[in-house]
Design a binder for this molecule. Structure first.
Ligand code: SF4
Length: 657
């Protein structure tokens, strides 16, 4: 049995929610994020950044043993040297155990370097503190991580001065060479463990302009060490907090849950399938324990479902844990100054429908009709798949620049006919695809002057990013002005002083959903993945049309990736199945599910599978067969994304008849 040490990962988990320490690592409590560490690292280039950081500290010794004692012994031995650089050295103090990413020993001084794939703008303002001088919430977990390591290092190596640093991707740095990311390939070894293979072609030139930046964080770590924390309702010091967490973890005793809005994304929630297999649901255990809920209580909509509501914590604290407990005063309903529902009106609508057990769809016909009357045919529906990578593909590019590697494009003509009019995918390793993607989009949209639709602000913000990339490019393409003009014509920018609204500015369907349409079956989510199954279930028009195999059929709807396909299938309860569930997953079902949990960010969650697929194609060893399969899956997925937009439009159109 592994010793029950509090490691940095467990410490961070305990900071997030102390109760999680009881569930973690136990087979009977499924952890939906188990896969995420790799997925997140893969998507964000975490593995690569870690290896690149080591290259900047060449000559270090890697402590590669996974055995706690062996790694500790090896570290102890090497620490006898006056000067040494160590990768992953192991230190233990009582039952606290850390592996440091990079440790530089210089006689009596230790430099502790924690490498993160997060981006940092060295030219921007200090991001670590709020205006009030507190640690900024976005940096809390990173700094807590370093604070824990520094604490353990100081305790286990008394007499040394410990300096602490975060090493991150420098947003302002320019990549010195072409193909740098290709030199850090993610590979699996024979035991299926993932790691990085550094190419033998890596040169000094590749490492000359560093694209990672090392930032001293001692001041913030000192602040964290000096803070007062809560442990079982009492005030404790940083050391007291560590003692509280580590002793509970060592003794395997559960810390009393403090339920809160953060429970929404708790990784210890079981899927229905896992519950049916008798796995334990950590989330339900907590809510049962605190609220004495029974199985029926969990069937009622909880406060966690309320869309975009910022007062969930105060409601939970005052005992309002179900939507039916809320009153109009809790929401503070305000009317809109523009057509459509305001956020608070929409929230109250969600609550009211629960209170009155009303499952009918809300649809503002007048508002929607006025919007539709302003549209020009043919209607273009577009959707992008995008990525951000830490190590750029090309010389002169910056870490985490936006990449648009794919789009899909559906048309709806004035006579109601639909066609999958176009698509583009460029996942070739080492190619910066943005300019060609925009060129192709321009070609496809320039054939007429029809209204263009997107879902969320994603397409708008990525196009503006490409606009800025084009302007900043020291070796721009010949058609730069054309591309910039095109981008401005279909986007809007609110960023002063560079504000504009293009004459053919894209219409956001997501915005229209929020203003004019609400289906209780979405449980408050406006994501297209929630709206599509809901609207398919409520629209007899869509069911009638898409239950026939007309999609991709000779005399049916033109498709670039499907043949004779019907999108409407019913489950055993007579409900229309989610169309996405009819497709083979890009990865395994489990991984797709964990991608959904991997981020709070709705946009990232939506495109998570595609982004990971793209990253995998860029970074990892892959056969041509595998690559082709993944590309096909991406094309089919993206096509469904724009078809979903078409279906939403068609359902609304029919509701107006
Ligand atoms: S349900 Fe809430 S209290 Fe329980 S472990 Fe998850 S986040 Fe913590």
């Amino acid at each position: 049995m592994s010793p029950r040490y509090l490691t940095k990962t467990r410490y961070k988990l305990g900071i997030d929610c102390p109760t999680k320490l009881y569930y973690t690592g136990k087979k009977e409590y499924p952890d939906q994020r188990q896969e995420d560490t790799f997925l997140a690292a893969l998507a964000e280039g975490g593995f690569q950044v870690g290896e690149l950081a080591r290259q900047y500290y060449k000559g270090g010794i890697n402590i590669d043993s996974l055995d706690y004692t062996e790694a500790e012994d090896m570290t102890r031995d090497l620490m006898k040297r006056d000067q040494v650089v160590l990768y992953e050295p192991a230190f233990r103090y009582e039952n606290l155990f850390i592996r440091v990413d990079i440790l530089v020993k210089d006689v009596n001084t230790l430099h502790l370097i924690e490498v993160k794939s997060k981006s940092f703008d060295r030219l921007g303002d200090n991001p670590f503190l709020t205006r009030a001088g507190k640690i900024a919430s976005g940096w809390e977990s990173y700094l807590q991580d370093v604070a824990f390591q520094k604490y353990v290092l100081e305790k286990s190596c008394p007499g040394y001065t410990v300096n602490s640093y975060l090493m991150m991707a420098d947003k302002s740095a320019l990549c010195p060479t072409d193909g740098l990311n290709q030199k850090f390939r993610i590979v699996k070894d024979i035991t299926n463990r993932k790691g990085i293979r550094v190419s033998t072609t890596l040169t000094d030139e590749d490492l000359k302009n560093q694209i990672l930046i090392q930032v001293t964080v001692d001041d913030y770590v000192r602040m964290i060490h000096g803070e007062t924390y809560k442990a079982d309702g009492s005030d404790v010091s940083f050391a007291g907090l560590i003692d509280f967490l580590s002793s509970h973890y060592r003794n395997d005793t559960k810390i009393t849950p403090q339920i809160c809005s953060g429970c929404t994304s708790c990784e210890f929630k079981c899927t229905p399938e896992q519950e049916a297999e008798d796995f334990k649901n950590g989330f339900k255990e907590c809510w049962r324990e605190v609220l004495q809920w029974n199985d029926n209580d969990f069937k009622e909509p909880s406060i966690l479902e309320l869309w975009n509501y910022r007062k969930k914590d105060s409601c939970i604290a005052s005992g309002k844990t179900k939507l039916q407990d809320l009153t109009p005063q809790d929401i503070n309903i305000k009317t809109n100054t523009v057509p459509g529902l305001s956020s608070s009106q929409r929230q109250w609508l969600q609550v009211e429908k629960v209170k009155t057990k009303d499952t009918s769809v809300y649809f503002d016909k007048t508002g929607m009709k006025a919007e539709m009357d302003s549209w020009a045919f043919p209607l273009h529906h577009i959707d992008f798949e995008t990525a951000r990578v830490a190590i750029p593909f090309n010389k002169g590019r910056r870490p985490y620049e936006g990449i648009i590697f794919q789009f899909s494009h559906h048309l709806v003509h004035e006579d109601g006919s639909v066609e999958h009019a176009g698509q583009y995918l460029n996942a070739v390793p080492g190619i910066f695809p943005n300019y060609e993607t925009v060129r192709e989009l321009k070609k496809q949209l320039a054939r007429d002057n029809g209204t263009i639709f997107r879902y969320t602000n994603h397409e708008n913000s990525y196009l503006i990013e490409v606009y800025r990339q084009l302007l900043a490019d020291t070796n721009p393409p010949k058609d730069r002005d054309d591309l910039c003009e095109f981008i401005k014509s279909i986007t809007k920018s609110d960023k002063k002083p560079d504000e504009w609204r293009g004459q053919r500015c894209m219409v956001d369907l997501w915005d229209l959903v929020k203003k004019y349409y609400y289906d209780p079956a979405t449980h408050g989510s406006n994501s297209i993945k929630a709206v599509l199954p809901a609207i398919l279930n409520s629209s007899s028009y869509l069911q009638g049309k898409y239950s026939k195999p007309i999609y991709g059929a000779a005399n049916g709807i033109k498709s670039l990736n499907y043949t004779d396909w019907s999108w409407v299938e019913y489950d055993q309860k007579g409900k229309v199945k989610d169309p996405y569930s009819l497709l083979p997953p890009v990865f395994s079902k489990e991984i797709d599910a964990s991608i959904e949990l991997f981020s709070e960010d709705e946009e990232l969650r939506e495109g998570g599978a595609a982004m990971v697929a793209y990253s995998r194609m860029q970074f990892s060893e892959m056969s041509d067969y595998e690559r082709e399969k993944l590309e096909k899956a991406l094309l089919r997925y993206c096509e469904l994304d724009t078809l979903a937009m078409v279906m939403i439009y068609e359902a609304w159109r029919e509701m107006l008849v």
